[in-house]
Design a protein. Sequence first.
Length: 287
Amino acid sequence: MKKLLFFAMLLWLAPAYAQDTIRVITQERPSSKGLQPAFEVAVPQATTKEAIALWQETLVPKKFLNVLKKTPKLKKEKDEWIMREVVLKEISSQPLTVYTRVTNFTGKLYFTTFFSGENGFLGSAATPLYANEAASALVRNFGVDLYRQAVGKELKAEENKLKSLEKDLKSLKKKRGSYESKIKDKKAEISDLNAGARETEMRIDRRQNYNDQGNPSAVEAVRSTTTGELQKQLKTEKKDIKKANRSVRSAERKVNKNLKAQSDKLNEIDRQKVRVEEVKVKLSRIK
C-alpha cells in the first residue's frame, strides 16, 4: 500500500516540473564600455562563485591549460569579470575580450556576458550572424551546465539526507533489538528470582513447623539459617523481583516509543524518497 502511495505522489508531482529550458536573451546591457549588445541567461539556484568557476572552465577548458603558453584568466575589475585575449574558435578566429556581469534576483542568477572583438561587440546586426549564433550557443550551453551543476548538488544533498534518515532507522531498529534482549534477560532473571523466593518461603515454613512441632528430624535442614535471616533474604529477593519488573516495564515503554519513532522515521523516509525523485525529474528536464 505504501509503495502505491509513493508512486501516486510521484505521478502527482511530475506535472509540476515541466521541461525547464535555459534561454539566451540578446540585447543591450550596461557595461564598463557603455551600453553594448550582451548575451544573458537566467539560471535558478546557481551562485556567483559557481558561475565564475564554470565560466573560466568554459572559456579555457583544462585540457588546453598545458598547450597554451599563457593561460587567460577571469579577473575581477570593479563589478565585472574580464578575460582578455581569449581564443574561441567557434565564434571568431581572432582573440576576444570577454566581459561578464553576474547579479542575483528573485532566486535566479542573471549571467550577462559581452564579447568584444576587433570589429566591436558581438550581438549587433553589424557582426556576422554565425558569430552571434555561436556566442549565443556557448552562453546557452554554459547556462544549462550551470543549472545542471546546481541541481546536481541539490540532488546530492537530498540523497545524503535520505541516507542519514535510513541510518537513523537502522539505529532505531538496533536499539529496539537491545531493548527486547534486555526484556528477555530480565524476564529470565525474574523467573529465577521467583523460584528462589518460593524456595526461601518453603524454608521459612519448614523452620516454623520445626519451631511449632519441635521436630528433631528437621534440625539439620534449618539449623544453619535462622527464621529472621530467611525473612530478610526473602525481603531482598522480593525487592529484586520488583526492581526487575520495573526494568521490564521501562524497557517495554522504550520499545513502544521506539516503534512509534520507527513509524515516524519511515514516513519521513518515504517523503524524502519522493523529494529525491522530484529533484531527479527536475534534473532530467533541464534543456
